[in-house]
Design a protein around this ligand. Structure first.
Ligand SMILES: [Zn+2]
Length: 108
């Protein structure tokens, strides 16, 4: 991992602290001008961001994920342990899936 990569990660981290609304990977790419990265790259960064947030805040903050859902039938992908966008709805087989969205949240 080079320095450039960790800088990108810091920028994603800061964006997710500042945002008032959860952001999708596509929105993160667009807001930070990271067009050379794919959505999959962003999900990988987010896995590290989640660990960093937890460590730095000593467990008081965490990367919250609004789960992806099917735009056709409303099925919610609740049990994801990792950030990703499922390709197809298990209930209606639609591929019209709303991507997961992220922001850093604080535990009360
Ligand atoms: Zn569906």
């Amino acid at each position: 991992m080079g320095g450039e990569e960790s800088t990108t990660r810091e920028r994603i981290l800061n964006l997710l602290y500042e945002t008032q609304e959860p952001l999708s990977a596509e929105e993160i790419i667009s807001l930070l001008g990271l067009q050379d990265l794919t959505v999959k790259d962003i999900y990988e960064h987010l896995e590290h961001v989640a660990r960093t947030v937890k460590t730095r805040s000593k467990g008081r903050e965490y990367l919250g994920m609004e789960p992806p859902y099917c735009r056709k039938c409303g099925y919610v992908f609740k049990d994801l342990d990792k950030p990703k966008k499922p390709s197809r709805c298990p209930r209606c087989k639609s591929e019209w899936i709303n991507p997961p969205r992220f922001m850093i949240l604080r535990k009360d």
